[in-house]
Unconditional design. Structure first.
Length: 190
């Protein structure tokens, strides 16, 4: 797993596709990168190639989650963007995204956010997409604010990470805001 796994790309070159087994190695790359997992809620030591492959295989038939590979023009895996815990009755889902280190800071997240919101509101007919982020994940908090997601509030000391309690911030986008949101974010970069 070297630098060739996730090549730098331009934001307007990205697309979403179904996860493939060949995505397992670059997926493991970001999952075991200290700069990434320090802000996540999983054990990087427990991750391995077979778990990534199992996650990918399971994603193919999963009806409660939509996991997509973020790719460049060559269809190379750059990260995963998801609608998790899709609630068909209440028409909502949780947003999640993780990128390979080389894809960060290039507008890929903003493009993937626009694409997955399109899937959420235009294809899945959802009413709301929500997410939470740790308050100390300043990069992510700034990203969600810059991309005009609605701040809904803070759950104080909601997570215990390495014996320390962390606040989480909740953000969302609702269907009635979607058309206006699209015009607000259409020109935004990384």
């Amino acid at each position: 797993m070297g630098d060739i796994m996730c090549k730098p790309i331009l934001k307007d070159e990205i697309s979403l596709r179904k996860l493939e087994l060949t995505d397992a190695e670059p997926m493991l790359e970001w999952m075991t990168d200290p700069d990434i997992y320090k802000n996540m809620q999983y054990d990087p030591e427990a991750q391995n190639l077979e778990k990534c492959r199992t996650f990918i295989r399971n994603s193919w038939e999963d009806r409660e989650n939509l996991h997509c590979a973020i790719t460049n023009r060559q269809q190379e895996y750059l990260g995963t963007v998801s609608l998790k815990n899709i609630d068909r009755k209440n028409k909502n889902a949780e947003f999640a995204i993780a990128l390979c280190p080389k894809a960060m800071g290039k507008g890929v997240s903003a493009s993937a956010l626009r694409e997955i919101m399109k899937k959420a509101f235009e294809e899945q007919n959802l009413n709301k997409v929500y997410l939470y982020v740790r308050s100390d994940n300043q990069r992510a908090v700034a990203f969600y604010k810059k991309n005009h997601l609605t701040y809904e509030g803070c759950f104080a000391e909601h997570l215990c990470v390495a014996g320390e309690y962390k606040d989480i911030y909740w953000f969302s986008l609702r269907k009635k805001e979607y058309e206006n949101w699209k015009s607000q974010v259409s020109g935004l970069g990384c």
